[in-house]
Design a protein around this ligand. Structure first.
Ligand code: MN
Length: 190
């Protein structure tokens, strides 16, 4: 069974802070290449019929990289909303418990993502004991390999923001946190 490239959950011109041009390259070229390459690499191996999660937890090297990038991009695009989304109460309480306030969380998240050196991802995750924390991963890294449950992610590879923000990653991040799809984040939270 091959993985398919999911459509973006919004129109390419709907976000404002990320341009249609960026979304065209990011979704139609970068994301598609990861999906196609993961399919090619999984074919004929023990992972041919495995889920992306299973591949992420079990594979190494190029198959891990491409499957994780396929998972990470699908997850990332779902984390963004064209319109402001109110944060559901149960998630709000958990974030307040872990970070003091939602504002403090977004500020810590932006700080962590701004400081994530090179290419990678910054995540809000839930640990085995149910608590929340922010983690950075490099390159294709995904928290599932550390038994952490992804709730929210931002892509800090330059291809995610360079056409719109050039080197101003912190500005991209400030706009990103104003467009978080909290309903999606809450749907991952148990
Ligand atoms: Mn990307």
């Amino acid at each position: 069974m091959a993985f398919t490239l999911p459509d973006l959950p919004y129109a390419k011109n709907a976000l404002g802070f990320i341009s249609e041009n960026t979304l065209s390259f990011h979704h139609d070229k970068h994301f598609k290449t990861y999906v196609d390459t993961a399919n090619k690499l999984a074919a004929g191996t023990e992972f041919e019929n495995a889920s992306l999660e299973t591949i992420i937890k079990g594979a190494k090297g190029p198959l891990f990289n491409n499957a994780a990038q396929a998972y990470n991009h699908a997850f990332y695009f779902n984390c963004i909303s064209p319109k402001a989304v109110e944060i559901p109460a149960n998630l709000k309480h958990a974030i307040e418990k872990a970070f003091g306030s939602v504002e403090n969380f977004t500020s810590e998240f932006v700080k962590s993502a701004a400081g994530n050196f090179g290419s990678g991802w910054t995540w809000l995750v839930q640990t085995k004991d149910g608590s929340l924390k922010i983690v950075n991963t490099s390159n294709a890294g995904n928290p599932l390999t550390d038994d952490l449950k992804p709730l929210l992610t931002v892509d800090v590879w330059e291809h995610a923001y360079y056409l719109d923000y050039q080197n101003r990653r912190p500005d991209y991040l400030k706009d990103f946190v104003a467009h978080i799809n909290w309903d999606f984040v809450a749907s991952n939270f148990k």
